[in-house]
Design a protein around this ligand. Sequence first.
Ligand code: ADP
Ligand code: MG
Length: 346
Amino acid sequence: LIGEHTDYNGGLVLPTATPQRTRVELARRRDSTARLWSSEADPAAAPRAYAVGDEQPVGNWTDYVQGVTASLHASGYDLPVGFDLRVTTEIPLGSGLASSAALEVALLRGLRLLFDLPLDDLTIATIAHHAETDFVGAPVGVMDQVASSMGEEQTALYLDTRSMAIARVPIPEALEIVVIHSGIVHQHAGGEYTVRRRECERAAELLGVAQLRDLDEADLDRIAALPEPLARRARHVVTENARVVTAVMALRRGELARLGALINASHASLRGDFAVSTPEIDRLVELAQAEPGVYGARLTGGGFGGAILALVPVEQGHGVAMRVATRYAAETGKRPTVMMPRDAAR
Ligand code: ADP
Ligand code: MG
């Protein structure tokens, strides 16, 4: 919902779960092989395989699976045998809607069941996060994995990524969430993401703090003295953390106009200070913000393509989504997909 690019800075996030699902089917094997199918990543291909206990990154989607079993091992859970795995999903891959976390969490839940592993949901999120950062090598924060493992629809998950404290905040019934995928998947998001992360780390170093989380709006003058682009990057993180705190308050009090203004401000900051938006995403956000009744809209996910979300009055989600998506498609020639509300035409 809000709190973007704050998680790897030890900051605050406020995600919620979308209705889309990733499903895994698992069967025990007698040997230590894992055989893997994914209808999304490898349509009609022969299964991929690796030896459980001998995981090696190969640079394709199986790294996420290998990362999970390697990360289980590193946490002290060894699987007695291998498995056959088939993955299907409704989540678009590489679009900022956390398909990678969904795969890791679904697999860990499946393995928990199959091998009777004593894992709670927060441990699953942590092991999934290690799989992605340590094995796959994507330096992501922990938000997606926690949201995937512990999130619920119509509830916001207020997470402090430093203490891992979690509070659940109900989303008022008067509010409907619209999510529209721009139809753009950026291959280079991984590279730019890493650049942003390094910029944040460098800014923290120059300001003499462990993480940007240690700063707040009282430090904005010091932040402004950093060389560019570090000043703008740090300003986004510090103001975004503050917006999350205010958004939680607004959500709890049902102050939807205020919440919407924070969502709009988050987008402006991601576009300007953090430079992770694109012209197409900006246009989608603009179209959504211009709809009568819409409280606010922003890009959601890491950026460089992907999806937007808009907060709208209940019962109006379908109409808003269809009008925005139709206009966007006509203007850009791209093929948007309405992810929420789920019953909106695709
Ligand atoms: P996001 O998590 O925002 O969708 P990422 O770049 O973090 O984007 O993760 C996308 C990658 O995760 C895919 O390129 C693929 O390697 C892997 N992945 C996610 N879901 C699946 C799936 N259902 N089957 C196979 N691989 C998947
Ligand atoms: Mg991901």
